[in-house]
Design a protein around this ligand. Structure first.
Ligand code: C2E
Ligand code: MG
Ligand code: MG
Ligand code: MG
Length: 295
């Protein structure tokens, strides 16, 4: 009986695995045509200075809206794209769209600060891929100080010397580097220095629990102190309440991003938002009230 049960379980596991692989293959297939079917687009989430409340920039985030399945989270499809060799293409697509958008804002004379976008760890492992992406930014003609690339801690550790050197040469021309999801991976101070990062982004999970969990509160505090002593700027991710913002401000956090301050917005909404801020000359975080409730 035990044998039968064991075998049954094996068959069950195998079926589950096959199903997962099938789902992934299906997703990859859908994703490969998503760009051409115009199912992909970028959204822009505002970031504000904690002290002055002024708008300092946006994070560009990728969205996939499937006609039948609705919004599919990047947390679901980015890993599939990474596994299936599609992330380089998607990364280039993202950079192209960010350039187009930023170009439009500049033409309109809107002030928006810095726009950051995410680079996948897999993308970062390919020297050619990084070179292609960076030269795309440069050939856009947009001053590089308007751009920031977000790299996770572990990806930084993995980056080759050549890639780091290449990034460095762009940093010297104004590009900014942020370490994303800081606190969730392993990083050494050496890497932070070596990469000439400008900013640390404290992971959302710490911000979420910092008002109730002393450990998380300490981690946030320590990260801010670390950043300050290294001469880096700190961004708090996932700020959802007034109370969180107040504590962060108190602890000397430079910038904040989160639903309390503004949701990620589609292109048209972002332009309207920027125009409104310019007209009203309120670039302060109270202006989050003008950002549409769209995630
Ligand atoms: P991330 O880079 O850490 O991005 C922040 C995520 O937090 C975004 O989720 C954003 O919508 C969400 N967020 C912002 N404020 C709040 C808040 O107050 N509360 C909560 N609960 N969430 C908040 P999103 O857009 O679903 O992206 C998830 C992850 O997918 C990103 O994490 C990033 O790692 C990845 N991703 C997104 N766009 C791209 C892209 O263009 N390229 C690559 N390689 N990865 C991307
Ligand atoms: Mg990010
Ligand atoms: Mg993050
Ligand atoms: Mg995160």
């Amino acid at each position: 009986r035990a044998k039968e049960q064991g075998r049954g379980r094996f068959v069950f596991y195998q079926a589950e695995m096959t199903e997962r692989v099938q789902k992934e293959a299906e997703l990859a297939h859908m994703l490969s045509s998503a760009r051409f079917l115009q199912q992909l687009y970028m959204v822009y989430q505002p970031q504000f200075d904690c002290e002055s409340g002024l708008l300092v920039g946006f994070e560009a985030l990728l969205r996939w809206e499937h006609p039948e399945q609705g919004l599919i989270s990047p947390l679901t499809f980015i890993p599939v794209a990474e596994k299936r060799g599609m992330i380089d293409d998607i990364g280039i697509w993202v950079a192209q769209h960010v350039c187009l958008e930023v170009g439009r804002w500049l033409e309109d004379g809107l002030s928006f600060g810095t726009v950051s976008f995410n680079i996948s760890p897999v993308q970062l492992r390919s020297e050619k891929g990084v070179e292609c992406l960076l030269s795309l930014l440069k050939s856009s003609g947009i001053p590089l100080h308007h751009f920031e690339v977000e790299i996770t801690e572990s990806a930084c550790m993995d980056a080759s010397d050549n890639t780091i050197e290449l990034l460095e040469s762009y940093v010297n021309q104004g590009l900014k580097i942020a370490i994303d999801d800081f606190g969730t991976g392993y990083s050494s101070m050496v890497t932070l220095r070596k990469l000439s990062a400008c900013r640390l982004k404290i992971d959302r999970s710490f911000i979420r629990d910092m008002l109730h969990n002393t450990n998380d509160e300490m981690i946030v505090k320590a990260t801010i102190a670390l950043a300050q002593s290294l001469g880096l700027e700190v961004v708090a991710e996932g700020v959802e309440s007034k109370e969180q913002l107040a504590v962060l401000k108190n602890q000397g956090c430079d910038f904040a991003q989160g639903y309390y301050l503004g949701f990620p917005m589609k292109s048209g909404d972002t332009i309207n938002f920027l125009r409104l801020l310019d007209r009203k000359t309120v670039k302060r975080y109270r202006s989050y009230k003008y950002s549409p409730k769209y995630v």
